[in-house]
Write a protein that binds this ligand. Structure first.
Ligand code: GLY
Ligand code: MN
Ligand code: MN
Length: 437
């Protein structure tokens, strides 16, 4: 399947779910970072999923029917602006290159919608995502309603198109999986690079620079989220992103970093000793989290429910925390009372795809949903031990998380990020350097 037919097939699949309705999916706006300087542009994931089109100021209109019509509204060609900002397709170029039935200048959207929405019962769009779009959509509906005496009827229902697209995006196709494998491989290489680079005395931001260098060197367009490079106690701050502390001998370093490749995210966490050798307490906690992750990955199987990996990880962690004398009571009590939450306060994963926390519901009809082949998720148990009187000092400030990206297969799952080392032996071997002469 060529890429054009792939996006066309997605639009047709969506059109079949619209009844006699119309869907409108705008791309993301450009955003200013300060004064007249914009953030690097990132298109909207839903829009991109349906079009493959990456220019700003674009809107897809999908008109359902026996022969559904995809209409793109986009920027016109502008030789003068293209001198400053680069190539733009223009409607005719975009129509040909991306396989839309029609394409028009973005300036004509409002007038066109008043025609397109006549006698259409439902309008689907990202309801509530942006107040400006909510107002604009209502203005179209009112404009159609104002023509009632000419015999046209206006849509009487506004629905959230994301509910339909979330279900489609949840199960990845072969093209998406090939991009996700590529993103995962690049991120794994970045983690290997970081492990080979780290030593006491470096700063967290110097390690971050190595990660970003590897992402970009291998063609990834951007990090999928701000990298977390957290030495020592910083690893116990779950969303630590300042990355400016100095790495000290004897501490662990937690790195949560992944790139985005052609729109698809990867999301890897590795934790390793700054000096290349785990202390005894660090090793104990690390092995526990690794065992919890192995149990969770084993639970990623078609037919299991979404929470099976989380429950598998919790069982291992609860018992391990008791064995390390960090918690008391039986495993069942620790699970029942959620006593583990003191050391493990997040869940074990999330959907992964065009967004790092990807689209898709986690429950269906009140039950955790069943895993099916093509669903892609992270598996990321952790253990975070803050200083406390009832905790032996050897464990203070040990924060460990191990995160991989997996896709559900017919037999179980495929780990996309396996090139990032995670056994104690692999990590210590990679970090071992010849002794200074
Ligand atoms: N890096 C974001 C997450 O792990 O969920
Ligand atoms: Mn994650
Ligand atoms: Mn992560």
């Amino acid at each position: 399947m060529t890429e054009i037919s792939l996006y066309r097939e997605r639009r047709e699949r969506l059109a079949r779910r619209l009844g006699r309705g119309v869907a409108v999916v705008p791309t993301a706006p450009e955003r200013l970072r300060n004064r007249d300087t914009a953030y690097p542009y990132r298109y909207d994931s839903y829009f991109y999923y349906l079009t493959g089109f990456t220019e700003p100021e674009a809107v897809l209109v999908l008109v359902a029917g026996d022969a559904p019509r995809s209409i793109l509204f986009c920027r016109e060609k502008d030789p003068e602006k293209e001198v400053w900002d680069g190539f733009r397709y223009g409607p005719e170029g975009a129509r040909e290159a991306f396989g839309f039935e029609e394409a028009h200048a973005i300036g004509g959207l409002d007038a066109a919608m008043e025609e397109i929405l006549a006698d259409r019962p439902v309008l689907f769009y990202p309801l509530g995502q942006d107040p400006a779009w909510d107002a604009r959509v209502v203005s179209w509906v009112n404009a159609v309603r104002a023509k009632a005496r000419s015999g046209v009827t206006a849509p009487t229902e506004l629905k959230d198109v994301r509910a339909l697209l979330d279900e489609m995006r949840l199960v990845k196709d072969a093209h998406e999986l090939s991009l996700m494998r590529r993103a995962a491989r690049i991120s794994a290489a970045a983690h290997r690079r970081a492990m080979g680079f780290v030593r006491p005395g470096l700063s967290e931001y110097q390690v971050e620079a190595e990660l970003l260098h590897e992402f970009r060197r291998q063609g990834a367009q951007a990090p999928a989220y701000p990298p977390i490079v957290a030495g020592g106690a910083n690893a116990c701050v779950l969303h630590y992103v300042s990355n400016r502390a100095t790495l000290r001998d004897g501490e662990l370093l937690l790195i949560d970093a992944g790139c985005e490749f052609d729109g698809y995210a990867s999301d890897i966490t590795r934790t390793f000793p700054v000096n290349g050798r785990f202390s005894s307490a660090q090793r104990d906690v690390y092995q526990l989290v690794l065992a919890a992750q192995a149990a969770a990955i084993a639970a990623v199987q078609p037919g299991n429910r979404w929470d099976a990996p989380h429950r598998a990880a919790l069982e291992v962690l609860a018992q391990g925390l008791i064995d390390l004398r960090l918690l008391t009571g039986s495993r069942d009590e620790v699970l029942e009372k959620e006593a583990y939450r003191r050391f493990y306060m997040h869940r074990t994963g999330h959907w992964l795809g065009l967004d790092v926390h990807d689209a898709g519901s986690y429950k269906q009809d009140g039950e955790w949903r069943l895993l099916v082949p093509g669903m892609t998720l992270t598996v990321e148990p952790g253990c975070y031990i803050r200083p406390a009187e009832d905790v032996p000092q050897a464990f203070w400030n040990i924060g460990v998380r191990i995160e991989d990206d997996v896709v559900v297969t017919a037999e179980g799952c495929e780990v996309l990020t396996q090139d990032a080392p995670k056994s104690v032996a692999e990590i210590e071997a990679l970090m071992a350097r010849p002794a200074a002469a």
